[in-house]
Ligand binder design. Structure first.
Ligand code: NAD
Length: 493
């Protein structure tokens, strides 16, 4: 059954040291639902003093309790957090849909997948280990231990508010770090609801703090804060560069998960029906506002026309509509400003000589702004639409004759986030995947995964890895210990 819009605006407080703090005379940011064009929620625009307060709560919790909490105890809290997420799945999906414009069915799947991440990380919390060196002879033994890095500042984007948080937070908590989170000001509600879930799960006070507000104020203050040990930033490459610059204040460690311009390479020997479906999904998922969106279609020339026709036919069947409708497959564009930016790219594509084969226009089925899936062909690798991250449901079709040409076109980007290859010839498919310089690769599928495997970017798509055991170790320091056995051989006799 379709849910209705909230009767009143949800006014969120922020959360430090287990205390909900009211905005008082601070300014507020009002969020307009992208799918409906009406205000649904608001957050406090916090200031520098709020960041300081949150950092000192996180520091205190790190020093006094969380760093020394046994893995088994951390694990139990993460399991209870996963249960808490599932108990409130419908409520969280509702707010995720209202604030992002994504379809409610997708939001529910993401919240459920988020719970999965907390369960996976719960196991990892008990399994962190180091190394031993028993190779020095009888008078020395070596140990390598891992310990939590400290206070982590977490800055998240608007497009996948809760699942992006879940790809980082449970691993950070499993490592024994404490957190100051700044969610996107547009989509903070689920991160705030989660404070309540974590509190009920028994997370000690000060371990998870949420400071709402703008990037240039709160995000910048976190990035250059002298008492934050590491920043984990997920967002655009341009802002990631600013974060890196600001982090120099105390040479804090920085993890960056940034943008992408991801190739989908389709060979003539692929299962074309599967590939068409995967490509349609890869470009329309989250209305193309997805870091791993398959936005560059590199097709073997002999099948290009047939493939394009099948794709356009498939795209005509995508159910675009009210994000709250359970049947909707593709929702709205995040803001009118971003919609204008995407339309600007579509104009640029036309003016640079690409052929607009389908889409290119907006629609408004439920009050907000939506863009019809758009296919350009005759795209050359130097065109703007082949190079920039458009962050909308727009795909650029290019063609190739040889495997070498396909590889070189796929690699012709400053980004290195993801790549998909479609071919039933395993030698060819894996041969091409081996050459990709991208952190997340798929063969005969796209945009799937789980908490077990690491994710991250090559080149200008970022540094560091999230998820999996690597995603726990990312938030840990490594210590080498040498232990002498027996009496010391004296330097001064
Ligand atoms: P964005 O860069 O505009 O904002 C991301 C976050 O940074 C927000 O919380 C924002 O408030 C904050 N911010 C803005 N200015 C800041 C500053 N000066 N200092 C510190 N923080 C600041 O990105 P967005 O529009 O929210 O998200 C879309 C981008 O995120 C796309 O480029 C997408 O590819 C990328 N993304 C990457 C991944 C990944 O895992 N690689 C996942 C999701 C999104």
């Amino acid at each position: 059954m379709k849910q209705t819009l909230p009767i009143t605006t949800r006014e969120n407080n922020f959360f430090i040291n287990d205390v909900w703090i009211e905005g008082g005379d601070r300014e507020r940011f009002e969020r307009v639902s992208p799918g409906h064009g009406v205000v649904v929620s608001s957050v406090t625009l916090c200031g520098l003093a709020d960041v300081d307060l949150a950092v000192s709560a996180a520091r205190q919790a790190f020093e006094t309790i969380w760093a020394e909490t046994p893995g088994a105890a951390r694990s139990r809290i993460l399991i209870r957090a996963a249960n808490g997420i599932r108990d409130r799945l419908d409520e969280m999906a509702y707010w995720e849909t209202l604030e992002t414009g994504k379809p409610i069915s997708q939001a529910k799947a993401e919240i459920d997948a988020a719970a999965d991440h907390y369960e996976a990380a719960a196991g990892m919390a008990r399994m962190v280990s180091g190394e031993t060196y028993n190779t020095y002879g009888e008078s020395m033994i070596g140990l390598v231990t891992k310990q939590p890095i400290g206070v982590v500042g977490l800055i998240t984007p608007w497009n996948f508010p809760f699942i992006v948080l879940a790809e980082r937070l449970p691993f950070i908590l499993a490592a024994g770090c404490t957190v100051v989170l700044k969610p996107s000001e547009m989509t903070s509600t689920t991160s705030l609801i989660f404070a309540d879930i974590l509190n009920k799960a028994g997370l000690p006070k000060g371990v998870y703090n949420v400071v709402t507000g703008s990037g240039p104020v709160v995000g910048e203050a976190m990035s250059n804060h002298p008492d934050i040990d590491m920043i984990s930033f997920t967002g655009s490459t341009a802002v990631g560069e600013r974060v890196l610059e600001a982090s120099k204040s105390n040479l804090k460690k920085v993890g960056l998960e940034l943008g992408g311009k991801n190739p989908q390479v389709i060979f003539a020997d692929a299962n074309l029906e599967d590939a068409v479906d995967g490509v349609a999904f890869g470009m329309c998922f989250n209305a193309g506002q997805c870091c791993v969106s398959g936005s560059r279609l590199i097709i073997e020339a002999s099948i290009a026309e047939d493939f394009k026709a099948k794709l356009i036919e498939k795209l005509s069947k995508v159910k675009i509509g009210d994000p709250l409708d359970p049947d909707t497959q593709m929702g709205a564009i995040v803001t009118p400003k971003h919609c204008k930016k995407i339309l600007g790219y579509i104009e640029k594509g036309k003016s640079e000589g690409a052929t607009l084969d389908s889409g290119g226009e907006t629609m408004s089925p439920s009050g907000g702004e939506f863009i019809v899936p758009t296919v350009f062909s005759g795209v050359t690798p130097k065109m703007t639409i082949a190079r920039d991250e458009i962050f909308g449901p727009v795909v650029s079709v290019m063609t190739f004759e040889t495997v070498e040409e396909a590889i070189s076109m796929a690699l012709d980007t400053e980004y290195g986030l993801a790549a998909s290859v479609w071919s039933k010839n395993i030698d060819k498919a894996l041969g091409v995947i081996r050459k990709m310089r991208a952190g997340r690769c798929w063969v005969n599928t796209t945009i799937i995964g789980g908490p077990e495997q690491p994710m991250g970017g090559f080149k200008r798509s970022g540094t560091g890895r999230e998820c999996g055991m690597m995603g726990v170790e990312e938030y840990m320091e490594t210590k080498s210990i040498h232990i002498v056995l027996g009496d010391r051989e004296h330097w001064i006799s």
